[in-house]
Design a protein around this ligand. Structure first.
Ligand SMILES: C[S@@+](CC[C@H](N)C(=O)[O-])C[C@H]1O[C@@H](n2cnc3c(N)ncnc32)[C@H](O)[C@@H]1O
Length: 312
């Protein structure tokens, strides 16, 4: 297993170092006396098998580019990427992986404040993303196709309220409002206060609360609404800290105990990220195998929906 991971890491390095590989080839060609060496077929087959069947390249690349994201030298993001790489190498069994000082470089910088005037929903979403990329966890709101999948076969009523976690700009709420009989069967929770302000204007008939999903059980109790029958979860588990994710899952369990359906979406590229797997394992251990939708291609990025039910 360790050898496989090291090999995959090596393949990743190889993918990014074509010039090194080329230089070596040229040098060896220049040594006319050197004997041609052919690796045994068995070795080549092993390398091909690792690359084709157990490659770590996409997970590694995707984590560094999609989750940690773009970074400048000296920025906190760069520090995070360096530390993640060091820890990943240690996890793979490499010894003495450590960070070393480089420079002097001078000061780094990071974006603390950002202002944009809202023209439409996409801009509003982008604005929220730029303010807090990890908490928003996506660069665009869910598409109508994903929203439809998220509410498929859901029929809320007063005693089977829909709970929407991470309402965002209301990309899914827009469709939810067509299936709720009245304001008594919906509760939305969103962390970003600015988003909640405009959600309240756009969906005045629905109860949307500014709050943290870590407290969702007590928020629901205080709301005076009936039993939760459906949870539509849009929280970015892949980019929120582990301890927060765990707290939220324990809150969700409390609703599930009294019989509930839980549905979330996971982006295709992040499907095998550790926190995405952790969520699936948490739910599978308690509520069995998920109902997984076909991939919704018309979404940026493409995603699957996953549904668990606890029927009492
Ligand atoms: C990926 S966006 C989804 C937005 C929208 N539902 C959609 O599908 O387009 C995730 C949303 O969850 C919110 N969020 C993140 N962590 C949260 C938390 N702990 N409690 C409540 N909302 C949270 C973010 O502010 C963001 O609006």
């Amino acid at each position: 297993m360790l050898r496989r991971k090291l090999l995959s890491g090596f393949l990743l390095c190889a993918a990014f170092a074509p010039t090194v590989t080329f230089a070596q080839t040229t040098n060896s060609a220049a040594v006319s006396t050197a004997k041609n060496y052919s690796a045994p077929k068995e070795t080549i087959d092993k390398i091909r098998d690792e690359g084709m069947n157990r490659s770590q390249v996409m997970q590694t690349l995707s984590y560094l580019t999609d989750v940690i994201g773009p970074r400048l030298t000296g920025s906190p993001q760069m520090k995070r990427a360096n530390e993640w790489t060091r820890d990943q190498m240690t996890k793979w069994g490499m010894q003495n992986a450590k960070l070393e000082a480089w420079g002097p470089f001078g000061r780094g910088w990071t974006l603390k404040n950002f202002r944009a005037d809202v023209v439409n929903e996409n801009i509003e979403f982008l604005q929220a993303f730029l303010k807090n990329p990890a908490k928003v966890g996506a660069i665009a709101p869910s598409s109508p196709e994903l929203a439809q999948k998220m509410i498929e076969n859901i029929a809320p009523d007063k005693e089977n309220t829909i709970l929407e976690l991470g309402v965002g700009t209301g990309a899914i709420t827009k469709f939810v409002q067509d299936i709720v009989p009245n304001g008594d069967s919906y509760l939305g929770i969103e962390l970003d206060r600015d988003l909640v302000k405009s959600l309240k204007k756009n969906y005045s008939q629905l109860k949307i609360v500014s709050g943290n999903a870590c407290d969702v059980f007590s928020i629901h109790q205080k709301s005076g609404l009936g039993k939760v029958g459906f949870i539509i979860c849009c929280l970015p588990f892949v980019s929120i800290p582990n301890d927060i994710g765990e707290k939220i899952l324990l809150q969700i369990d409390k609703f599930m105990e009294s019989g509930c359906m839980f549905r979330t979406f996971q982006y295709a590229h992040g499907y095998y990220f550790p926190s995405a797997i952790k969520l699936r394992e948490h739910m599978r251990d308690r509520y069995g195998k998920a109902q997984k939708s076909p991939m919704v291609m018309k979404n940026v990025p493409p995603a699957y929906t996953l549904t668990w039910k606890n029927e009492i």
